[in-house]
Design a protein around this ligand. Structure first.
Ligand SMILES: *[C@@H]1O[C@H](CO)[C@@H](O)[C@H](O)[C@H]1NC(C)=O
Ligand SMILES: *[C@@H]1O[C@H](CO)[C@@H](O)[C@H](O)[C@H]1NC(C)=O
Ligand SMILES: *[C@@H]1O[C@H](CO)[C@@H](O)[C@H](O)[C@H]1NC(C)=O
Length: 355
């Protein structure tokens, strides 16, 4: 690959990023989805107001309840981390001014209401926030306290359509806003999660410009969950290899690999997942790579990129074993103790230290 082409790709995505840096939200909780099993509950039954980034970021930075909007007046509050946060990487369409279709990384944030009586009865709202370097996005929801009985069983979903920057590490956190009468604190497990978003690309561009979004979660008893966005349908990649390397050399157990064979991306089934179990406490590196069953077979290979003036058919050159679509290496610190630590990748970019 010539260095000239790499430079132009970077400049192109830098330009487009500015076009979609706006993150959309609404004042009326429209984009907050509340599900009671498979049944959608009208968000207006619970949620009275939604505050967007400009309004909630002072509170995110301080977690000082004096910075809450005036709707929360009347009693004192505390922000308690949620124990059951989940995030999902999304692939969303974006049309620029000249009607060119791009695929942009999005993010779904999901959480349950607190389970303990003391907590759910005192829920006054939720705060979710996502951070890329020093950029913060947030939503704050103010709830009708007379209706919190509903909270016992529902699950919440919020979709962020476009992330500020593609191919970046995002840390996502969520809190319940409890009135201070609540004594019991929720158990803190994975109260922060990280998404490495895929790089934005022009629709029907070279598959070699894509790589999956990845979400890693360590959990107690020495396991790692690897979730990743499935291939956009046009790339037809259905097989992936996930490789794990243990930091300390151990003859029997230093390398593990799993192959995943699944479907193509759909909004209802956006991700694949594999688990590595029974790991001993150590630092681990993980990498994820699509597998091309037609590797290097002209006209058939799935991993290709356009090289003008090349010898390849239609200038689409097969990329040797999809090496170009490999993700970065992620580092994780696994412990076998019951308290799950955050992976190292969070700590290394968590400059705000707001936990
Ligand atoms: C809060 O919920 C109660 C019970 O459903 C309802 O009577 C009341 O009008 C709601 N308050 C607001 C401000 O919507
Ligand atoms: C993990 O360890 C448990 C208990 O020792 C065992 O039953 C299970 O088969 C192991 N799983 C894997 C994937 O090795
Ligand atoms: C991994 O976590 C353990 C336990 O928290 C800690 O003692 C160790 O220093 C960590 N290792 C690295 C390389 O961060």
């Amino acid at each position: 690959m010539g260095s000239g082409s790499a430079t132009s790709i970077l400049l192109l995505s830098g330009c487009i990023l500015q076009c979609i840096s706006a993150v959309y939200g609404s004042r009326n909780c429209d984009l907050l989805n509340i599900m009671d099993g498979d049944i959608k509950v009208s968000s207006s039954e619970l949620c009275l107001a939604e505050f967007v980034t400009k309004e909630c970021s002072p509170f995110v930075k301080s977690l000082n309840t004096d910075d809450l909007p005036s709707d929360f007046q009347g009693s004192s509050f505390s922000a308690v981390k949620l124990s059951n946060l989940n995030i999902v990487g999304l692939v969303n369409d974006y049309l620029d001014n000249s009607n060119t279709l791009y695929k942009c990384p999005g993010l779904r944030i999901e959480w349950d209401a607190p389970k303990s009586d003391d907590s759910y009865k005192n829920v006054k709202g939720y705060l979710i926030h996502w951070q890329y370097e020093t950029n913060i996005g947030c939503r704050l929801f103010h709830f009708n306290s007379s209706n919190t009985l509903l909270l016992q069983k529902v699950r919440f979903y919020y979709d962020i359509q476009y992330l500020y920057a593609s191919g970046a590490n995002y840390i996502v956190r969520a809190y319940s806003i409890l009135s201070s009468e609540a004594k019991g604190k929720e158990e803190i497990d994975n109260s922060a999660l990280m998404l490495r978003s895929f790089p934005m690309y022009k629709y029907a561009a070279d598959p070699a410009l894509w790589s999956p979004s990845v979400i890693l979660k360590t959990s107690p008893k020495g396991s790692i969950e690897v979730k990743f966005t499935l291939s956009p349908p046009e790339f037809e990649l259905t097989q992936f290899r996930i490789q794990l390397v243990k930091y300390s050399y151990d003859l029997n157990n230093y390398y593990k690999a799993q192959d995943y064979h699944g479907n193509l991306y759909t909004p209802s089934e956006p991700e694949g997942v594999v688990h590595f179990l029974n790991l001993t406490s150590d630092l681990y590196s993980i990498v994820l790579q699509p597998i091309d069953p037609f590797s290097n077979i002209e006209h058939q290979c799935l991993c290709w990129k356009t090289i003008s003036h090349s010898m390849c058919p239609a200038e689409q050159c097969c990329e040797n074993i999809c090496m170009m679509i490999v993700t970065q290496w992620f580092q994780l610190n696994v412990t076998e103790t019951s308290k799950a630590p955050l992976p190292d990748v969070y700590q290394s970019i968590d400059t705000k230290n707001e936990t």
